[in-house]
Write a protein that binds this ligand. Sequence first.
Ligand code: PMP
Length: 360
Amino acid sequence: ADKRIFNFSAGPSMLPEEVLRTASEQMLNYKGSGMSVMEMSHRSSAYDQIIKEAQRRLRALLQIPDNYKVLFLQGGASTQFSAIPMNLLRSGSADYVITGHFANLAYKEATKYGAIQVAGSTQEENFSRIPTQEELQLRKDADYVYLCSNNTIYGTQWKYVPQTQGVPIVADMSSDILSRTIDVSQYGLIFAGAQKNMGIAGVTVVIVREDLLGFQLAGTPTMLNYQIMADKDSMYNTPPTYAIYILGLVLEWIERQGGLEAIEARNERKAKLLYDYLDSSTFYQAAAQKQDRSLMNVTFCTPSKELDALFVSESIKAGMSNLKGHRAVGGIRASIYNAMPMEGVEHLVAFMKAFEATNG
Ligand code: PMP
Protein backbone atom coordinates (compact mmCIF):
# COMPACT_ATOMS: atom_id res chain seq x y z
CA ALA A 1 0.00 0.00 0.00
CA ASP A 2 2.93 2.35 0.60
CA LYS A 3 4.55 1.63 -2.74
CA ARG A 4 5.63 4.78 -4.54
CA ILE A 5 5.11 5.04 -8.28
CA PHE A 6 6.96 6.78 -11.08
CA ASN A 7 5.25 10.15 -11.24
CA PHE A 8 5.71 11.92 -14.56
CA SER A 9 3.75 15.00 -13.51
CA ALA A 10 4.69 18.36 -15.02
CA GLY A 11 4.43 20.02 -11.62
CA PRO A 12 4.04 19.77 -8.75
CA SER A 13 6.19 16.76 -9.46
CA MET A 14 8.40 14.07 -7.98
CA LEU A 15 10.76 14.97 -5.16
CA PRO A 16 13.90 13.00 -4.36
CA GLU A 17 12.89 10.27 -1.93
CA GLU A 18 15.76 11.24 0.38
CA VAL A 19 14.28 14.72 0.71
CA LEU A 20 10.91 13.31 1.69
CA ARG A 21 12.54 11.00 4.23
CA THR A 22 14.51 13.81 5.84
CA ALA A 23 11.42 16.04 5.95
CA SER A 24 9.50 13.19 7.51
CA GLU A 25 12.20 12.49 10.12
CA GLN A 26 12.34 16.17 11.01
CA MET A 27 8.60 16.72 10.86
CA LEU A 28 7.79 16.68 14.60
CA ASN A 29 11.06 17.96 15.99
CA TYR A 30 13.46 19.88 13.79
CA LYS A 31 17.04 19.33 15.01
CA GLY A 32 16.11 19.31 18.68
CA SER A 33 14.14 22.56 18.51
CA GLY A 34 11.10 20.72 19.88
CA MET A 35 8.93 21.89 17.01
CA SER A 36 8.24 21.38 13.34
CA VAL A 37 9.62 23.84 10.78
CA MET A 38 5.95 24.49 10.03
CA GLU A 39 5.47 25.82 13.57
CA MET A 40 8.55 27.98 13.72
CA SER A 41 8.65 31.77 13.85
CA HIS A 42 10.24 33.07 10.69
CA ARG A 43 12.22 35.44 12.93
CA SER A 44 13.67 32.63 15.07
CA SER A 45 17.38 31.87 14.89
CA ALA A 46 16.62 28.29 13.79
CA TYR A 47 14.61 29.55 10.85
CA ASP A 48 17.09 32.30 10.07
CA GLN A 49 19.65 29.58 9.51
CA ILE A 50 17.30 27.61 7.23
CA ILE A 51 16.60 30.54 4.91
CA LYS A 52 20.21 31.76 4.87
CA GLU A 53 21.52 28.26 4.12
CA ALA A 54 19.01 27.83 1.29
CA GLN A 55 20.18 31.08 -0.25
CA ARG A 56 23.85 30.21 0.24
CA ARG A 57 23.42 26.78 -1.39
CA LEU A 58 21.50 28.24 -4.34
CA ARG A 59 24.18 30.87 -4.85
CA ALA A 60 26.90 28.24 -4.75
CA LEU A 61 25.19 25.76 -7.09
CA LEU A 62 24.29 28.34 -9.72
CA GLN A 63 27.48 30.37 -9.10
CA ILE A 64 25.39 33.50 -8.74
CA PRO A 65 27.63 36.60 -8.92
CA ASP A 66 27.68 38.97 -5.93
CA ASN A 67 25.92 41.74 -7.83
CA TYR A 68 22.74 39.66 -8.01
CA LYS A 69 20.02 39.52 -5.35
CA VAL A 70 18.21 36.27 -4.58
CA LEU A 71 14.59 36.73 -3.52
CA PHE A 72 12.19 34.14 -2.11
CA LEU A 73 8.72 35.32 -3.06
CA GLN A 74 5.14 34.11 -3.10
CA GLY A 75 2.32 34.06 -5.62
CA GLY A 76 3.80 31.47 -7.97
CA ALA A 77 5.69 32.13 -11.16
CA SER A 78 2.52 33.74 -12.54
CA THR A 79 2.76 36.69 -10.14
CA GLN A 80 6.12 37.50 -11.71
CA PHE A 81 4.36 38.01 -15.05
CA SER A 82 3.08 41.26 -13.45
CA ALA A 83 6.01 42.05 -11.15
CA ILE A 84 8.57 41.93 -13.97
CA PRO A 85 7.09 44.75 -16.09
CA MET A 86 6.19 46.76 -12.97
CA ASN A 87 9.78 46.66 -11.75
CA LEU A 88 11.80 46.68 -14.95
CA LEU A 89 9.95 48.91 -17.42
CA ARG A 90 12.01 51.99 -16.61
CA SER A 91 11.61 53.55 -20.03
CA GLY A 92 8.45 51.69 -20.98
CA SER A 93 9.24 49.07 -23.60
CA ALA A 94 10.12 45.40 -23.68
CA ASP A 95 10.41 42.59 -26.26
CA TYR A 96 8.81 39.18 -25.61
CA VAL A 97 9.59 35.92 -27.36
CA ILE A 98 6.45 33.79 -27.46
CA THR A 99 7.37 30.12 -27.33
CA GLY A 100 4.34 28.73 -25.56
CA HIS A 101 1.47 29.18 -23.17
CA PHE A 102 3.31 30.74 -20.23
CA ALA A 103 5.38 33.12 -22.35
CA ASN A 104 2.14 34.24 -23.93
CA LEU A 105 0.51 34.84 -20.54
CA ALA A 106 3.55 36.85 -19.45
CA TYR A 107 3.36 38.89 -22.65
CA LYS A 108 -0.33 39.63 -22.23
CA GLU A 109 0.18 40.69 -18.64
CA ALA A 110 3.06 42.98 -19.58
CA THR A 111 0.99 44.81 -22.23
CA LYS A 112 -0.94 46.39 -19.34
CA TYR A 113 2.16 48.34 -18.34
CA GLY A 114 4.10 49.43 -21.40
CA ALA A 115 4.88 49.28 -25.11
CA ILE A 116 5.44 45.57 -25.46
CA GLN A 117 6.41 43.95 -28.75
CA VAL A 118 6.55 40.35 -29.86
CA ALA A 119 10.18 39.71 -30.76
CA GLY A 120 9.45 36.27 -32.17
CA SER A 121 6.80 33.58 -32.02
CA THR A 122 6.45 30.00 -33.15
CA GLN A 123 2.72 29.83 -32.50
CA GLU A 124 2.01 29.07 -36.17
CA GLU A 125 4.12 25.94 -35.84
CA ASN A 126 2.27 24.81 -32.71
CA PHE A 127 5.22 25.97 -30.62
CA SER A 128 7.18 22.95 -31.83
CA ARG A 129 10.45 24.89 -31.83
CA ILE A 130 12.35 27.92 -30.50
CA PRO A 131 13.02 30.87 -32.84
CA THR A 132 16.61 31.21 -34.03
CA GLN A 133 18.74 34.26 -33.24
CA GLU A 134 18.25 35.47 -36.85
CA GLU A 135 14.49 35.36 -36.47
CA LEU A 136 14.40 37.54 -33.36
CA GLN A 137 13.42 41.15 -33.82
CA LEU A 138 15.01 42.94 -30.92
CA ARG A 139 14.98 46.63 -30.15
CA LYS A 140 18.26 48.11 -28.95
CA ASP A 141 16.46 50.42 -26.55
CA ALA A 142 14.08 47.91 -24.96
CA ASP A 143 14.24 47.67 -21.16
CA TYR A 144 14.48 43.90 -21.37
CA VAL A 145 13.99 40.86 -23.59
CA TYR A 146 11.72 38.19 -22.13
CA LEU A 147 11.91 34.47 -22.81
CA CYS A 148 10.75 31.20 -21.27
CA SER A 149 13.75 28.86 -21.18
CA ASN A 150 11.74 25.63 -21.09
CA ASN A 151 8.21 25.28 -22.38
CA THR A 152 6.57 22.84 -20.04
CA ILE A 153 3.50 22.17 -22.17
CA TYR A 154 5.11 21.90 -25.61
CA GLY A 155 8.37 20.23 -24.60
CA THR A 156 10.82 22.70 -26.11
CA GLN A 157 13.86 24.29 -24.52
CA TRP A 158 16.21 27.12 -25.44
CA LYS A 159 19.64 25.75 -26.31
CA TYR A 160 21.25 29.15 -26.73
CA VAL A 161 21.20 32.48 -24.95
CA PRO A 162 20.29 35.18 -27.46
CA GLN A 163 22.56 38.11 -28.29
CA THR A 164 20.71 41.24 -27.21
CA GLN A 165 23.33 44.00 -27.50
CA GLY A 166 23.32 44.64 -23.80
CA VAL A 167 19.55 44.58 -23.27
CA PRO A 168 18.96 42.49 -20.11
CA ILE A 169 17.39 39.07 -20.63
CA VAL A 170 14.56 38.06 -18.32
CA ALA A 171 14.05 34.30 -18.24
CA ASP A 172 11.25 32.15 -16.85
CA MET A 173 13.15 29.02 -15.80
CA SER A 174 10.28 27.47 -13.86
CA SER A 175 10.62 24.10 -15.53
CA ASP A 176 14.36 23.81 -16.07
CA ILE A 177 16.16 25.70 -13.33
CA LEU A 178 18.86 23.55 -11.70
CA SER A 179 18.62 21.00 -14.53
CA ARG A 180 21.77 22.25 -16.23
CA THR A 181 24.61 24.67 -15.69
CA ILE A 182 23.92 28.25 -16.73
CA ASP A 183 25.89 31.47 -16.74
CA VAL A 184 23.79 33.74 -14.54
CA SER A 185 25.73 36.81 -15.70
CA GLN A 186 24.11 36.43 -19.14
CA TYR A 187 20.75 37.31 -17.61
CA GLY A 188 19.26 40.39 -15.99
CA LEU A 189 16.64 38.41 -14.13
CA ILE A 190 15.86 34.72 -13.71
CA PHE A 191 12.73 33.48 -11.99
CA ALA A 192 11.17 30.11 -11.28
CA GLY A 193 8.39 28.55 -9.28
CA ALA A 194 9.76 25.82 -7.02
CA GLN A 195 7.34 22.98 -7.68
CA LYS A 196 9.33 21.22 -10.41
CA ASN A 197 13.08 21.12 -9.81
CA MET A 198 13.36 23.08 -6.58
CA GLY A 199 10.82 21.59 -4.22
CA ILE A 200 7.21 22.35 -3.51
CA ALA A 201 4.69 24.98 -4.53
CA GLY A 202 4.69 28.13 -2.45
CA VAL A 203 8.04 29.76 -3.08
CA THR A 204 9.16 31.51 -6.25
CA VAL A 205 12.83 32.30 -6.67
CA VAL A 206 13.87 35.56 -8.34
CA ILE A 207 17.54 36.18 -9.15
CA VAL A 208 17.99 39.78 -10.24
CA ARG A 209 20.94 42.01 -11.12
CA GLU A 210 21.17 44.81 -8.60
CA ASP A 211 21.45 47.68 -11.06
CA LEU A 212 17.99 46.84 -12.43
CA LEU A 213 16.35 47.53 -9.07
CA GLY A 214 14.74 50.76 -7.95
CA PHE A 215 12.96 51.75 -11.17
CA GLN A 216 9.53 50.33 -10.37
CA LEU A 217 6.43 52.01 -11.77
CA ALA A 218 4.51 54.30 -9.45
CA GLY A 219 1.78 52.28 -7.82
CA THR A 220 3.74 49.02 -7.73
CA PRO A 221 2.36 47.09 -4.76
CA THR A 222 4.81 46.77 -1.88
CA MET A 223 4.68 42.98 -2.09
CA LEU A 224 5.68 43.09 -5.76
CA ASN A 225 8.47 45.62 -5.28
CA TYR A 226 11.80 43.85 -5.77
CA GLN A 227 13.78 46.66 -4.18
CA ILE A 228 11.82 46.37 -0.93
CA MET A 229 12.00 42.57 -0.93
CA ALA A 230 15.75 42.75 -1.55
CA ASP A 231 16.32 45.35 1.19
CA LYS A 232 14.38 43.14 3.63
CA ASP A 233 16.12 39.88 2.58
CA SER A 234 12.75 38.40 1.53
CA MET A 235 11.54 38.94 5.11
CA TYR A 236 9.33 41.99 4.63
CA ASN A 237 6.50 39.72 5.76
CA THR A 238 6.23 36.01 6.56
CA PRO A 239 7.98 34.12 3.78
CA PRO A 240 6.74 30.68 2.64
CA THR A 241 8.73 29.05 5.41
CA TYR A 242 8.17 25.35 4.75
CA ALA A 243 8.66 25.66 0.98
CA ILE A 244 12.01 27.39 1.57
CA TYR A 245 13.00 24.61 4.00
CA ILE A 246 12.22 21.96 1.35
CA LEU A 247 14.17 24.00 -1.21
CA GLY A 248 17.15 23.80 1.13
CA LEU A 249 16.82 20.01 1.34
CA VAL A 250 16.58 19.71 -2.44
CA LEU A 251 19.69 21.87 -2.87
CA GLU A 252 21.58 19.66 -0.41
CA TRP A 253 20.46 16.65 -2.41
CA ILE A 254 21.77 18.23 -5.64
CA GLU A 255 25.12 18.84 -3.92
CA ARG A 256 25.25 15.16 -2.94
CA GLN A 257 24.58 14.18 -6.57
CA GLY A 258 27.73 16.06 -7.55
CA GLY A 259 26.25 19.46 -8.39
CA LEU A 260 24.76 20.75 -11.61
CA GLU A 261 27.35 19.20 -13.96
CA ALA A 262 26.45 15.74 -12.67
CA ILE A 263 22.73 16.51 -12.70
CA GLU A 264 22.99 17.80 -16.26
CA ALA A 265 24.86 14.72 -17.47
CA ARG A 266 22.23 12.47 -15.91
CA ASN A 267 19.38 14.51 -17.39
CA GLU A 268 21.01 14.18 -20.82
CA ARG A 269 21.23 10.41 -20.44
CA LYS A 270 17.62 10.15 -19.31
CA ALA A 271 16.25 12.26 -22.16
CA LYS A 272 18.46 10.52 -24.73
CA LEU A 273 17.03 7.14 -23.77
CA LEU A 274 13.51 8.39 -24.47
CA TYR A 275 14.25 10.43 -27.58
CA ASP A 276 16.41 7.72 -29.16
CA TYR A 277 13.57 5.30 -28.76
CA LEU A 278 11.00 7.80 -30.09
CA ASP A 279 13.21 8.42 -33.14
CA SER A 280 13.64 4.72 -33.81
CA SER A 281 9.91 4.08 -33.65
CA THR A 282 7.44 4.58 -36.49
CA PHE A 283 4.56 4.19 -34.02
CA TYR A 284 5.32 7.14 -31.77
CA GLN A 285 5.88 10.66 -32.99
CA ALA A 286 7.81 13.28 -31.02
CA ALA A 287 6.06 16.67 -30.89
CA ALA A 288 9.01 19.03 -30.64
CA GLN A 289 11.58 19.60 -33.37
CA LYS A 290 14.82 17.80 -32.72
CA GLN A 291 17.14 20.75 -32.20
CA ASP A 292 14.95 22.32 -29.52
CA ARG A 293 13.72 19.31 -27.59
CA SER A 294 13.36 19.73 -23.86
CA LEU A 295 15.34 17.50 -21.53
CA MET A 296 12.62 18.02 -18.92
CA ASN A 297 9.28 17.54 -20.69
CA VAL A 298 9.17 14.94 -23.44
CA THR A 299 6.06 15.32 -25.61
CA PHE A 300 4.88 12.73 -28.13
CA CYS A 301 1.85 10.92 -29.44
CA THR A 302 0.73 7.54 -30.78
CA PRO A 303 -1.01 7.19 -34.18
CA SER A 304 -4.46 8.09 -32.78
CA LYS A 305 -6.29 9.86 -29.97
CA GLU A 306 -7.83 6.54 -28.96
CA LEU A 307 -4.41 4.92 -28.61
CA ASP A 308 -3.14 7.97 -26.69
CA ALA A 309 -5.97 7.46 -24.20
CA LEU A 310 -5.31 3.73 -24.01
CA PHE A 311 -1.60 4.41 -23.48
CA VAL A 312 -2.37 6.66 -20.53
CA SER A 313 -4.81 4.26 -18.88
CA GLU A 314 -2.48 1.26 -19.36
CA SER A 315 0.50 3.23 -18.04
CA ILE A 316 -1.32 3.81 -14.76
CA LYS A 317 -1.77 0.06 -14.35
CA ALA A 318 1.97 -0.31 -15.04
CA GLY A 319 2.90 1.90 -12.09
CA MET A 320 3.27 5.29 -13.76
CA SER A 321 1.18 8.41 -13.36
CA ASN A 322 0.49 11.75 -15.05
CA LEU A 323 1.59 10.81 -18.56
CA LYS A 324 -1.39 12.50 -20.18
CA GLY A 325 -0.37 15.48 -22.31
CA HIS A 326 -1.55 18.97 -21.43
CA ARG A 327 -5.14 19.59 -22.51
CA ALA A 328 -3.95 22.30 -24.93
CA VAL A 329 -1.91 19.85 -27.02
CA GLY A 330 -3.14 16.36 -26.20
CA GLY A 331 -0.97 13.30 -26.69
CA ILE A 332 1.48 12.18 -24.06
CA ARG A 333 3.96 14.10 -21.94
CA ALA A 334 6.62 12.57 -19.74
CA SER A 335 8.10 15.11 -17.35
CA ILE A 336 11.48 13.83 -16.23
CA TYR A 337 12.79 16.47 -13.87
CA ASN A 338 15.89 16.01 -11.70
CA ALA A 339 14.14 13.76 -9.19
CA MET A 340 12.96 11.23 -11.78
CA PRO A 341 15.46 8.37 -11.55
CA MET A 342 16.90 6.65 -14.60
CA GLU A 343 14.91 3.55 -13.60
CA GLY A 344 11.70 5.52 -14.09
CA VAL A 345 12.66 6.38 -17.67
CA GLU A 346 13.77 2.80 -18.32
CA HIS A 347 10.44 1.57 -16.97
CA LEU A 348 8.60 3.97 -19.28
CA VAL A 349 10.60 2.98 -22.38
CA ALA A 350 10.03 -0.73 -21.66
CA PHE A 351 6.32 -0.01 -21.34
CA MET A 352 6.34 1.97 -24.60
CA LYS A 353 7.98 -0.91 -26.44
CA ALA A 354 5.47 -3.39 -25.13
CA PHE A 355 2.59 -1.05 -25.98
CA GLU A 356 3.91 -0.59 -29.50
CA ALA A 357 4.30 -4.34 -29.93
CA THR A 358 0.68 -4.92 -28.92
CA ASN A 359 -0.94 -1.96 -30.67
CA GLY A 360 1.42 -1.13 -33.54
N1 PMP B 1 6.05 29.22 -16.24
C1 PMP B 1 6.26 27.94 -16.58
C2 PMP B 1 7.33 27.61 -17.57
C3 PMP B 1 5.45 26.95 -16.02
O1 PMP B 1 5.64 25.67 -16.37
C4 PMP B 1 4.46 27.30 -15.08
C5 PMP B 1 3.59 26.28 -14.39
N2 PMP B 1 3.56 25.02 -14.86
C6 PMP B 1 4.29 28.64 -14.77
C7 PMP B 1 5.10 29.57 -15.35
C8 PMP B 1 3.23 29.08 -13.81
O2 PMP B 1 3.65 28.77 -12.53
P1 PMP B 1 2.75 28.97 -11.25
O3 PMP B 1 1.68 27.94 -11.32
O4 PMP B 1 3.72 28.76 -10.12
O5 PMP B 1 2.20 30.35 -11.27
